[in-house]
Write a protein that binds this ligand. Structure first.
Ligand code: AMP
Ligand code: MG
Length: 316
């Protein structure tokens, strides 16, 4: 694929999905809306296509990709599912839960997808456009967030175009992402323990309802198994101050609840709304004339834990 011209903008309809399938089948890159954020998709079974993802994002090659599948059967062709994994898939798929499971020896996956790990990260997305695309394609899609590595994640087609531009062959414009924050990543260990590697829309309480609390592992220091959880990530390119009750001179304040800002994550103090607006607000902060960003305190409950995880990395 040549990547010296602007990306094709595709409608989220049958003809757009047919064109996207054609580009993906040939090894190209297509940005696709999901319920979490926009993904930069390529066929997961092609070394060249997967290498193109890393190149386009400037992503370090030790940071593995999430593989997206249309259903549990497709997932079971790539990884070993135990009873816990099947119960979780039954409870949360399609949806914003990524499962890290032992990779099958015969899985049709490019080696770079898993960055040499014996495990693979799998998700079955709920967004209608991504589902239709996976159904039409007939192959699994590796899809990290469709932004330059380390930058603010995209929740609209315009965010993708601004961050990746001609580095992507096509963008399916499906409007704004409703959940707005990346999937929860959950590792199921062979010893029976489980660990949240990245907090997200499916909370620890949701997972405990299915797995109980006894086997929750103590979070491993340094996150060796989730190399993508680098300290600095989601960064708007300016200093970020957290827990701000008001703006100091020269700051662009992102508000929440009664803390009013230039923009607000949610005037009503609604955490789901705050998650859906988080990256759009960080993009606005990045473009603002102020040289610094401040963010109001966000309660650490429910999806608030995932919002605070992203904000800490944006501030790192
Ligand atoms: P992104 O593609 O930007 O949503 O980031 C994907 C995240 O999934 C990164 O934090 C990766 O480190 C993580 N990930 C992908 N595959 C694995 C795996 N096999 N084990 C642990 N973490 C993984
Ligand atoms: Mg990302």
């Amino acid at each position: 694929m040549t990547r010296n011209s602007l990306p094709e903008m595709l409608a989220p309809d049958t003809s757009g999905i047919a064109r996207a399938t054609e580009i993906l089948a040939a090894g190209g890159l297509v940005a696709v809306p999901t319920e979490t954020v926009y993904g930069l998709a390529a066929r997961a079974d092609s070394d060249a296509a997967v290498a193109a993802i890393y190149r386009a994002k400037g992503r370090p090659d030790f940071n593995p990709l999430i593989v997206h599948v249309p259903d549990l059967a497709a997932a079971e062709a790539l990884a070993h599912f135990d009873d816990r994994a099947r119960r979780l898939a039954g409870a949360f798929w399609p949806g914003a839960l990524t499962l890290v499971l032992p990779r099958r020896a015969d899985a049709r996956l490019a080696a770079a997808v898993t960055a040499g790990l014996p495990t693979v990260a799998l998700r079955c997305p709920a967004h209608r456009v991504m589902k239709d695309l996976l159904g039409a394609a007939g192959f699994a899609l590796a899809a990290p967030s469709a932004n330059q590595s380390g930058a603010v994640s995209p929740t609209s087609a315009a965010h993708v175009a601004a961050s990746l531009g001609a580095r992507v062959d096509a963008i399916i414009d499906g409007g704004e992402c409703l959940t707005g924050i990346e999937s929860t990543i959950l590792a199921l260990r062979a010893d029976g323990n489980w660990e949240i590697l990245r907090p997200g829309p499916i909370t620890k309480d949701h997972i405990s309802e299915v797995l109980g609390t006894e086997n929750e592992a103590v979070t491993s220091a340094g996150g060796v198994e989730a190399p993508g959880q680098l300290a600095s990530h989601y960064a708007p390119g300016k200093p970020v101050r957290l827990d701000a009750k008001e703006a100091r001179p020269g700051e662009f304040l992102i508000g929440f609840d009664e803390v009013a800002g230039q923009v607000s994550l949610s005037l009503a103090g609604d955490l789901a709304e705050a998650a859906s607006r988080l990256y759009a607000c960080l993009h606005l902060a990045a473009q603002a004339s102020e040289q610094r960003v401040a963010v109001a305190p966000i309660p650490d409950e429910g999806i608030g834990a995932a919002i605070n995880d992203r904000l800490r990395r944006a501030a790192a």
